[in-house]
Design a protein around this ligand. Sequence first.
Ligand code: ZN
Length: 440
Amino acid sequence: MMRRFAVIGVAFMMAVGAAAQTASAPGKPVEKVTVIQCGSLIDGKTRDVRRGVQVVVRGNKIESVESLDNSHPSKTSQGGAPEAIDLSKATCLPGLIDTHTHIVLQGDIIVDYDEQLLKQSAPYRAIRAVAASEMCLEHGFTSIRDLETEGAGYIDVDVKKAINNGLIPGPRMQVMTRALDVTGAYALLGYNWEYDFPHGVQVCDSPDGCRKAVREQISHGADWIKVYADQRTFPGPNNTIDSRPTFTVDELKAIVDEAHRERRRVAAHASGLTGVHTAVEAGVDSIEHGNYIADADLKTMAAKGTWYVPTPWLSEYRMQEFPEQTAAMKRSDAIYEDTFKRARAAGVKIAYGTDAGAFEWTITPAMQLPTMVRYGMTPMQAIQSATSVAAELFGWQDSVGAIEPGKFADIVAVAGDPIADIGVLKKMSFVMKDGVVVKR
Ligand SMILES: [Zn+2]
């Protein structure tokens, strides 16, 4: 026994000695320096487009951002010869941010949602999510908030872990895991009652039952809690969209209280009048979709700082996929556009979110930027909703969403001028995440 302690003791002393040696080695490890010349630069925060800018990246952070006339190249050459990247014919921007994605969905939500849950194993869906993560990054989206796995358990937590550990390429992620809905409200539904079928959510009922579900999801790695506050929208009176609520206000309040106690926030899928109203009253932190929101609820959202994450491009996509639904969708789109405009007028914070995954990951989530410009944002406001404003929703405003010293080096570039044509952001020519070039 004593001898074993002695052996362990010697091993420990040797380990400490080795650590001390490493620590006392002269000089710090040399961090890679990259100097990027940008023809134009949109920093994600200010309204100006700067011409001829040099961005110096040291390691995974932005070290300096200077106009080419007053930059000092010698300053950047400490620690070895810097790598030069010439983007002098391009516009640089911060890595884009999508605050509403589904990395575990692959564009088949309507066509074969049931098949995904019934015929695809969780490992297979994880493999598809890995492929989607890489596509997401190549579209220039370097951060995403992923809004539940649709029946695939905690795969999002694992994908995020694999990205953060450098095993696979992908965006920075905040994840919601399984989402919550009440009994009888969420697919799969309508199958033989003699059997148990899987659901695209974790089912919970009653305030106590839902508190337990929140605790469970947080224990497995949920950064946010997602709830479905309504289901099935239908036209309401006077050009409104109404919906069937799911949770009671008491249940939602319990979910919000439990999540907030554990320092997590709550995102509510809410499409129509009743669902949005219930969610806003319960104090959720973000309203997802919000196809119709009453003025009174917009006022409450502005006062409480509740985020609005509209996803209007999805209906344009569905009109292409399902032309027979075009007439009905055009009617509801007009209501969506009006809600978007009233939300802006009411001073509600709008973050960029697309529901990517509900459409194929081969399609860039940048598709919605032109829609938001058509709905009245300037191109710069649309870009900011997908950079600095979205970063604020994440609570990551100190680390991403802008090109400025101290931020992570998440930098993208496009040919052309996004202010003249927001559509150029659909084609990324350069992507850097965390100081590493992903696409060039
Ligand atoms: Zn969604």
